[in-house]
Design a protein around this ligand. Structure first.
Ligand SMILES: NC(=O)C1=CN([C@@H]2O[C@H](COP(=O)(O)OP(=O)(O)OC[C@H]3O[C@@H](n4cnc5c(N)ncnc54)[C@H](O)[C@@H]3O)[C@@H](O)[C@H]2O)C=CC1
Ligand SMILES: CC(C)c1ccc(C(=O)O)c(O)c1O
Length: 252
């Protein structure tokens, strides 16, 4: 992958998928802006063995309006350069026992929190990054949705599915509006990938997914697709949804 020192901003960078993306993209020569609400995000570059010039970090709770606005301001004012944006941070809706919450158990606050992180933050960060991408005539947006945004399954809470389906619609609109500027916008919709997030779901519930590959995925199997979508070779790929789920969802 030729990066020419480009910079990618990754949200949810301190999670299972985020860390793998950060390590792989740094290795490929990208400069990184690593964003997470976790208290350990500042230590992530050292943990990954990155030089200080390779990575900046921002501790930001994307559900907090003031913190998200401050981050978007840095992006829109160009303090944080953003050639590519990976909207990866996301939460789901499970009870303490890892059981799926039914629609009757999801109140307005819970719904608003899921939508704030999974949909509103990606919308506002994309909006902040796009003008600079248009000026440069090059940009990449990747949104990490889920199989839950593509189809029904007993595994997915309704709030989560609604947010991820919305993210897919957002990506499609950005793709249509931005293709003529050399900007692509694509979705990766993973099935079960072994990370802290899937680890919080009751294993019996997760195992209901009928996966032809008969296994769960590894973060590297998502990162490989991310690396492709960021590359110049993917310049004609926009508005796409890559279903990466071991065959658990195969639309016609
Ligand atoms: N692991 C899986 O099986 C699947 C994951 N996904 C999606 O992949 C993305 C990454 O998930 P994982 O790495 O598995 O989860 P994870 O839980 O390991 O990582 C998510 C990261 O997002 C951060 N985050 C959460 N809320 C935030 C907020 N308000 N502000 C800033 N950061 C916040 C967390 O601190 C965490 O570091 C998510 O969008 C998730 O919905 C989609 C399908 C399957
Ligand atoms: C961990 C998240 C909520 C999750 C769990 C299971 C699947 C799946 O069976 O495909 C997902 O796509 C998820 O996003």
């Amino acid at each position: 992958m030729t990066t020419n020192g480009k910079t990618v901003l990754i949200t949810g960078a301190d999670g299972g998928l985020g860390r793998d993306m950060a390590a792989c993209l740094a290795e490929a020569g990208w400069s990184l802006i690593l964003v997470d609400r976790s208290s350990t995000i500042g230590q992530l570059p050292e943990l990954l063995g990155l030089a200080s010039y390779q990575a900046q970090t921002r501790q930001c709770d994307l559900a907090d309006e003031a913190q998200l606005d401050a981050l978007c301001k840095e992006v829109s004012e160009g303090t944080l350069r953003c050639d590519a944006l990976i909207n990866n941070a996301g939460i789901s809706s499970y009870g303490r026992d890892g059981q799926r919450l039914s629609i009757d158990e999801i109140d307005r606050n819970h719904l608003q929190n899921v939508l704030a992180i999974n949909l509103i933050a990606p919308f506002l960060l994309s909006r902040a990054a796009l003008p600079h991408m248009r000026e440069r005539g090059w940009g990449r947006l990747i949104h990490i949705a889920s199989r839950g945004g593509r189809t029904f399954s007993e595994v997915f809470p309704s709030s989560f599915s609604a947010s991820k389906s919305g993210l897919i619609g957002l990506s499609r609109s950005i793709a249509g509006e931005s293709a003529r500027f050399g900007i692509t916008s694509n979705v990766i919709a993973p099935g079960v990938i072994i990370t802290p997030q899937s680890g919080k779901v009751d294993p019996a519930l997760l195992s209901q997914a009928k996966i032809p590959a008969q296994r769960y995925g590894q973060p590297a199997e998502i990162t490989g697709a991310v690396a492709y979508l960021l590359s110049d070779a993917a310049g004609f790929t926009t508005g796409a949804v890559m279903d990466i789920n071991g065959g658990a969802f195969m639309p016609s």
